[in-house]
Ligand binder design. Structure first.
Ligand SMILES: O=C(O)CCC(=O)C(=O)O
Ligand SMILES: [Fe+2]
Length: 348
């Protein structure tokens, strides 16, 4: 069967059109979430100039010298700058083991802060404090897109609730002070990188996203790959003007794996001895730190009859960030490990 990332037009929800039109969208989204876990979303209403403004901030920030970018590192926080895993210095030495550019993405993160919800006594450690580069209009351009991505994510969870028959307030109750993070990714090799030394050039290693849903803006440049149900990787590129959307692990838990938290990675093709620079921006909608995420009652009996244990978003995110794992084997870990192993067996 050929692999296809379905295109879902959400304008019926964005424009509050008729119940019948919205029901058709929810039905199409249900199939996409159950079969692929990735979608091209159109009709989202994010203005092209807001997307262009966002794209320009990546050029401005990642174009800075590394020393300057390093001033925006925030240790032990999901904020600020993360440099590529390998240092270009070791590359210049030509030492093979040191020269591997595995996971060569660099990133800059901002997100919702506890103080954005002054009426709630939230802990900054669950959210993080933004560090804005001192570049003209940077904060403004990024924030404008952030608010739009947040709106799209909330529209999506409204559709999720309809598609799952979960009741209109199911997602509101777990996302009204959501941990939302915007990760701006830059995939570019330092000038002079000898890619012939690099056996397995990986922009970003295979992973699933942690949260409820991810809204992904990306350049129309190859590199993103998605794992299908048969364990094969497929290249995925956004259509003109489309946003990619994928589900995270919390949605897999909520739906008892009826919907998929799909493995993906970034592996840019080498063309003429180099890779094309690629930018992407992932908006992660993870849910309230203190929300307890449980499988919907209606889906508890699905599949092997086992259920995910309820977990707070805080504990789930902490476990994922710690590279897993809580001492005892839980169903989530077993199922996720199974997916990764199956992929590894089928394809190098
Ligand atoms: O660069 C991409 O297209 C994917 C990025 C991604 O998967 C992530 O940031 O979690
Ligand atoms: Fe991802």
């Amino acid at each position: 069967m050929s692999f296809n990332v379905p295109t879902i037009d959400i304008s019926a929800y964005v424009e509050h059109r008729s119940e019948d039109e919205r029901a058709a969208v929810a039905a199409a989204l249900d199939v996409a979430c159950a079969q692929v876990g990735f979608m091209q979303v159109v009709g989202h209403g994010v203005a092209p100039e807001i997307q262009a403004g966002l794209a320009s901030t990546l050029d401005d920030f990642f174009g800075l010298p590394l020393e300057e970018k390093n001033q925006y590192r925030v240790p032990d926080s999901n904020r600020g700058y993360s440099p590529p895993k390998s240092e270009s210095l070791s590359l210049s030495l030509g030492v093979e083991s040191a020269s591997r550019m595995n996971d060569f993405f660099e990133a800059f993160n901002i997100g919702a802060e506890a103080r954005s919800f002054p009426h709630l006594a939230l802990d900054e450690r669950d959210y993080g404090i933004n560090l804005w580069p001192s570049l003209p209009d940077f904060e403004d351009r990024v924030s404008r897109y952030f608010r739009e991505a947040q709106r799209v994510a909330r529209t999506l969870t409204t559709i999720f609730a309809d598609a799952l028959g979960a009741g209109p307030h199911f997602f509101d109750a777990i996302t009204d002070h959501s941990i939302d993070v915007l990760r701006m990714n830059n995939y570019a090799l330092p000038p002079g990188t000898d890619i012939s030394l690099d056996g397995d050039l990986t922009g970003m290693g295979e992973h699933t996203d942690f949260g409820i849903v991810t809204v992904l803006w990306a350049d129309r440049v190859a590199g993103l790959q998605v794992l299908d149900r048969d364990g094969l990787w497929h290249d995925v590129m956004p259509a003109e003007g489309a946003l990619l959307v994928n589900l995270g692990d919390l949605t897999a838990r909520i739906t008892n794996d009826r919907w998929m938290s799909t493995l993906h990675r970034v592996k840019p093709p080498v063309v003429d001895g180099t890779i094309r620079r690629r930018r992407s921006v992932a908006f992660f909608h993870d849910g309230n730190a203190d929300a307890v995420v449980s499988t919907l009652d209606s889906l508890l009996d699905l599949g092997d009859g086992l259920a995910y244990e309820p977990i707070t978003v805080r504990d789930h995110v902490a476990a994922k960030l710690a590279g897993s794992r809580q001492g005892r084997k839980n169903l989530a870990a077993v199922r996720e490990a199974g997916r990764v192993l199956a992929a590894g067996r089928r394809q190098a």
